[in-house]
Design a protein around this ligand. Structure first.
Ligand code: FAD
Length: 454
């Protein structure tokens, strides 16, 4: 006898989207969350979800379609183990964004004032405040409207498996004790393993040692349950890094500062590489290239441009995380670097901008050359989330080597194999984390709901 039709493990973007889709398909749903609040990494993100071919793009005169989106993603990621999933998520991206807005009243607006990493046209849709918490609040409200229960402080400890099929979960927590909950289907929406240093060392060693800036719940157990049931993994070593998290403030230093012409320096006042690798790809360069902190250096024109467009950057300014220096020597003194190093770094950069290319291969310089007064932020490289996990089919069901699926089991978001390349941080395109969460969440919820009620 089942307690509900569908159990969702994890109340982040993927889990809440799966719950709504399963409910839309007519199923009864319970969401179990191990922490004392919903949201996970989704709540810490900027809430930006790509949709290729949405009506808001059409209204803005942007020519886009799933084929173009998939080409963009694959160009950024390179070849990997889930290319079919890339094409599938590109196809469902616009319908899923429109479903969230139209059916569930989620606030998502097309972002046109910022060129996102990996995208040839504007296609990310985010809350006006660009805060993932707004997205989470909307999804939680929509679940409430639908009568879906989200049970907090209820960590799932294991799956109930009978005759090779998943039939529910065992919850085991300090506050709640231990109990079983039975269902036709279990959707694993517990995110990846970035909060588990042991798994990061084993599966994504090139980013081990970077400070983790995501939610505490992402400890990887759901991926291990799938592996124990024979599921294949895909792209296990891929992740989203971030090259410049403000130190010690802990918020991101907007990458627009770099795209508009900023550079990153080590504590000797030397550049570390081609910053246009992107905020994720460059994280490993910073991690390997210098002891923290590193320094993002730009100028007051770039500061003012970014502040005019990005609330989180304005918050960092107000918190004192962005400093201004009249001269290169004053900047060098603050960094603690020899003044000659900083001067020659900025001079070389000026020559590179004039030549159109620098020694690292950078050829996009935004508003550079940089001019005094200079501006700088102290920063440290971070790990935001992991992108690898269980290989899934078109209904988000984990698959085995022989192509069979684990009956009753679904995996979405950070639990599933991502679409950002085989390993490392360079293949990550903005929005791919939430696309895998809400895109696969929608597919899993719809399939699990239909199977349970049909
Ligand atoms: C600072 C930052 C900025 C980002 N910006 C973006 C962005 O703008 N766009 C984008 O696409 N991606 C972004 N990302 C990545 C994105 O946040 C994640 O890829 C995405 O939120 C993953 O969604 P999810 O539903 O899989 O996991 P989450 O949102 O983390 O939700 C998983 C939930 O499962 C819970 N859980 C875990 N284990 C259990 C268990 N055993 N039992 C019960 N519950 C459990 C967790 O506590 C958590 O609440 C960002 C990440 C960070 C850290």
């Amino acid at each position: 006898m089942n307690d509900v039709d569908v159990i969702v493990v994890g109340a982040g973007g993927g889990g809440l989207a799966a719950a709504l889709a399963a409910h839309d398909a007519g199923a009864s749903v319970a969401v179990l969350e191990k922490l004392d609040r919903p949201g996970g990494n989704t709540g810490l993100s900027t809430g930006s979800i790509p949709g290729a071919g949405t009506r808001w793009q059409k209204d803005a005169g942007i020519d886009d379609d799933p084929g173009r989106f998939a080409d963009d993603l694959l160009r950024q990621s390179g070849p990997h183990e889930a290319e079919e999933l890339t094409r599938l998520l590109a196809r469902v991206s616009a319908p899923v964004v429109e479903w969230l807005v139209d059916r569930h009243g989620v606030e998502l607006l097309l972002i046109t004032d910022y060129k996102h990493v990996g995208h040839s046209v504007p296609r990310l849709h985010a809350p006006a405040a660009r805060k993932g918490q707004v997205l989470v609040d909307d999804l939680v409200r929509a679940c409430g409207d639908a009568g879906i229960e989200i049970v907090l402080n209820n960590p799932v400890a294991s799956l109930i498996v009978e005759d090779g099929a998943v039939r529910g979960v065992r919850v085991d927590g300090d506050r709640i004790g231990s109990y079983d909950l039975r269902a036709d289907a279990v959707v694993l929406a517990a995110n990846g393993y970035a909060a588990n240093p042991e798994l990061v060392r084993a599966w994504a060693p090139d980013i081990a040692g970077a400070t983790y800036f995501g939610g505490h719940g992402s400890t990887g157990e759901a991926i291990e349950w799938g592996i124990a049931l024979g599921a294949r993994t895909g792209n296990l070593g891929a992740y989203q890094g971030y090259a410049a998290v403000a130190y010690p403030h802990g918020s991101i230093v907007s990458w627009t500062t770099v795209e508009m012409g900023g550079v990153m320096l080590d504590h000797d006042g030397r550049r570390l590489g081609d910053e246009t690798l992107g905020y994720s790809g460059f994280a490993e360069t910073v991690l390997r290239g210098t002891e923290p902190p590193a320094y993002v250096v730009f100028d007051t024109r770039i500061r003012d441009y970014v502040a005019a467009h990005e609330e989180e950057f304005r918050d960092l300014l107000e918190a004192g995380g962005v400093r201004e220096f009249a001269t290169a020597d004053a900047l060098a003194e603050w960094i603690g670097a020899p003044a000659g190093n900083v001067r020659s770094t900025l001079d070389d950069y000026r020559s590179s901008v004039a030549a159109g290319r620098d020694a690292f291969g950078r050829s996009a310089f935004g508003m550079a050359p940089l001019t005094s007064p200079y501006v700088a932020c102290r920063s440290t490289p971070g790990l935001f989330h992991t992108q690898g996990g269980l290989a899934v089919d078109g209904d988000a069901r984990p698959t085995r080597e022989d192509g069979s699926v684990v009956p009753g089991l679904y995996a979405v978001g950070g639990v599933a194999a991502g679409i950002s390349g085989r390993s490392g941080g360079r293949g990550y395109s903005s929005g791919s984390g939430l696309l895998a969460a809400v895109g696969l969440g929608h597919l899993a919820g719809a399939a699990a709901g239909a199977a349970a009620t049909g």
